[in-house]
Design a protein around this ligand. Structure first.
Ligand SMILES: Cc1ncc(COP(=O)(O)O)c(C=O)c1O
Length: 356
């Protein structure tokens, strides 16, 4: 067994970097990957020697369980470079805890903390040139675990691969988005896997989201599966609603992802003396607020998108356009958060983690 305290990562470096071929000013999200990746296999009940190797294709058998039963979980996090060239992560402990929570729900083994942090740090040191400084620039990090055991039997695998791949990123969405409040389809249900970053949660949204897109709405805001009366979250973002000067966001549950951005924004709102209520938010109250001119903003919050302002929503046959606001909470919170992430502001909650 690999010793968790004294282990060293096996490192084999790429012969040549691909970085010169990348246009960092025109990056489509998640299309370009850095020179290296982190890989650790789970065999016979034990996580094996972790490795960093050139980014490359995987070889798995067609019968690998992940391909049939979707036994896969992942994370999304970012590394930032400040003006002095120091590299930072934002609350990585949250992602570590969450990937293991997701893994447990999918009957997958826990990944050791030392491997996770050492893996990230070594990988970022090797590929540090891929992290560009400046607000809006980051390196998106994608840790994930897949069931590799070759067996088409619908039960948990006994072989897995944990990996981290990295992709240089700008903010995910540019501009404001139009959304549809879900009335028929659901993203998650009580007792299900909505709180986990399980791969299948995302595939299940593609079809209803494509229907929304045909109507001119880029995203769906999911409602509770039982009644479709309560607003929950978007495809890859938690949601916030500003009614007059109060922010509202749904409480997390077994249907909603416990977003790192969401919980950070709730804290930042408190720091900025913005009232934020964590409670059930109903479709009806948001429609009423929109009609009365009390609905000032809606925005999504997530690592990839940071904060994504929403300009309109549809429910039933009605489309509600949101007003332009001067003192946007979305802008204020986004700036506060980016400044912390990029080491431009005091980090009074100890959220930044330096990669040394
Ligand atoms: C379903 C879902 N909700 C919310 C979020 C936002 O979470 P975080 O802020 O941790 O990125 C994500 C993205 O990770 C997500 O996939």
């Amino acid at each position: 067994m690999t010793n968790l305290d004294t282990f060293k990562i096996d490192i084999s470096k790429a012969k040549q970097s691909k970085i010169e071929q990348v246009d960092f000013d025109n990056l489509a999200f998640g299309r370009v990957f850095t020179d290296h990746m982190f890989v650790c296999d789970f065999v016979d009940g034990v996580w094996q020697q972790p490795k960093i190797m050139p980014y490359q294709t995987l070889t798995i058998e067609p019968s690998a369980r992940v391909l049939h039963y979707g036994q896969a979980v992942f994370e999304g996090m970012k590394a930032y470079k400040d003006v002095q060239g120091k590299v930072w992560l934002f609350r990585p402990d949250q992602n570590f805890n969450r990937i293991n929570k997701s893994a447990a729900r999918l009957a997958m083994p826990e990944f050791p903390q030392t491997f996770f942090f050492k893996g990230l740090e070594e990988l970022l040191k090797i590929d540090h040139q891929w992290i560009k400084s400046g607000i809006g620039n980051s390196l998106y990090l994608r840790p994930f675990v897949i069931a590799t055991e070759p067996a088409i039997a619908a039960s948990p695998a006994n072989a897995y691969k944990f990996m981290i791949i990295c992709s240089p990123a700008k903010a995910y969405y540019t501009g404001k988005v139009r959304v549809l409040f879900a009335e028929k389809y659901s993203r998650s249900a009580n007792g299900g896997v909505g709180f986990a970053k399980a791969a299948g949660n995302y595939a299940a949204q593609f079809y209803p989201t494509s229907l929304a897109q045909k109507e001119g709405f880029q995203q769906v805001i999911w409602t509770d599966a039982n009644t479709h009366e309560n607003l929950e979250e978007a495809g890859t973002m938690n949601t916030f609603f500003r009614v007059n000067d109060t922010l509202l966001t749904a409480p997390i549950s077994d249907r909603i992802l416990d977003g790192v951005t969401r919980k950070s924004l709730i804290q930042l709102a408190e720091d900025l003396n913005i009232k934020c209520e964590v409670r059930t938010v109903t479709v009806n109250e948001i429609k009423t607020a929109a009609r009365n001119g009390e609905l000032k903003e809606i925005f999504g919050a997530g690592t990839a998108a940071v904060i994504s302002p929403i300009e309109a929503f549809k429910h039933g046959d009605e489309v509600f356009e949101l007003p332009e606001v001067k003192d946007s909470y979305a802008d204020l919170l986004k700036t506060s958060m980016l400044n912390i992430q990029h080491n431009l502001a005091e980090d009074k909650h100890g959220w930044r983690y330096e990669v040394k």
